[in-house]
Design a protein around this ligand. Structure first.
Ligand SMILES: [Fe+2]
Length: 301
């Protein structure tokens, strides 16, 4: 069986106390565990954590995708080794994680494939009617990372060839140059997306971490919660062209850009081939409604 979906991310935060207050009081996440300085938080619809926060800077420390068995870990471990990638097999190193396979992507980002102690076979796409606290996202939805265009094509081909990712859309501003790509392991349009970094970025960085919300009403409620907490929206609400999901972006306390995302397109053809987006089409890929991202949007987390 191939990789299932995004499981969780470890994010660095510049102020753990402020970040924790935001994640519990405003987002409404549940603290599931704390190990040293690392706090594990979940949306609460299952017992698995969605984000772990560690003090010290900003950005992505690692991200994990679910697989269903240790045989899957064996197989991907062999494939990665054959591709010359160093892998580390770990036991129950983290709350709710039975086994993990850790490695570096060609972009330098740390990735894990994990077998969860309490895997979830079916996922809610609608919020429960029981009283909810805060914004109450449904799940970790996707991650968007920034890599320079010379890296992105071999990286995306590596994801497809070694880890069975599918490519949904490719932004090809000139022939052969893959400047951005939206890739998936699940049935949604993208679980992991790649966009170019701002010119001043020295390393591959996190652009944003996205939370799945239950539709536009929850996005409005989320925007109002942000407003009450004094957190400005960077851009949104709007609808992306690539993935057709509703979006609202902001900088969360702790220093990372978050997205509220809803209604992302689902594929009915798991083997669907990539669609190519040309230069002139790119503004519509960002916003089907014609919005233009502010200059700040080029800067990573
Ligand atoms: Fe996104």
């Amino acid at each position: 069986v191939s990789i299932q979906k995004l499981s969780h991310a470890h994010l660095r935060v510049d102020d753990l106390d402020q970040a924790l207050e935001f994640h519990t009081d405003v987002l409404g996440l549940t603290q599931l565990a704390r190990e040293g300085n690392t706090v594990f938080l979940g949306c609460g619809l299952d017992n698995n954590y969605d984000v772990a926060l560690t003090p010290g800077g900003t950005g992505l420390a690692q991200m994990a995708f679910d697989v269903t068995s240790s045989e899957d870990l064996d197989r991907y471990g062999q494939r990665l080794a054959a591709a010359g990638v160093e892998v580390e097999r770990r036991g129950d190193a983290e709350p709710g994680v039975d086994q993990a396979l850790r490695f570096n992507l060609p972009s330098g980002h740390v990735m894990e494939l994990v077998v969860l102690s309490e895997p979830v076979d079916y996922q809610r796409v609608h919020a429960p009617v029981t009283p909810r606290h805060g914004v109450a996202p449904l799940d970790a939805d996707h991650i968007t990372l920034q890599v320079p265009p010379p890296v992105s094509r071999p990286l995306v081909e590596f994801l497809r060839g070694t880890l069975d990712f599918h490519i949904s859309d490719i932004f090809e501003p000139e022939p052969g140059l893959w400047a951005a790509a939206w890739t998936r392991t699940s049935d949604q349009h993208h679980d992991l997306a790649w966009i170019p970094p701002s010119p001043e970025a020295e390393r591959a960085t996190l652009h944003h971490f996205a939370w799945r919300l239950d539709g536009i009403e929850d996005m409005k409620r989320g925007a109002d919660r942000l407003s009450t907490a004094g957190i400005p929206i960077e851009v949104g609400p709007g609808r992306h062209g690539a993935g057709s999901n509703l979006f609202t972006y902001f900088r969360a306390p702790g220093g990372n850009r978050y997205e509220f995302s809803a209604e992302m397109a689902r594929t009915t053809n798991r083997a669907a081939e990539p669609s190519m987006i040309s230069g002139p089409e790119f503004p519509r890929a960002f916003s089907a409604w014609g919005q233009v991202p502010p200059e700040s949007f080029a800067i990573g987390s």
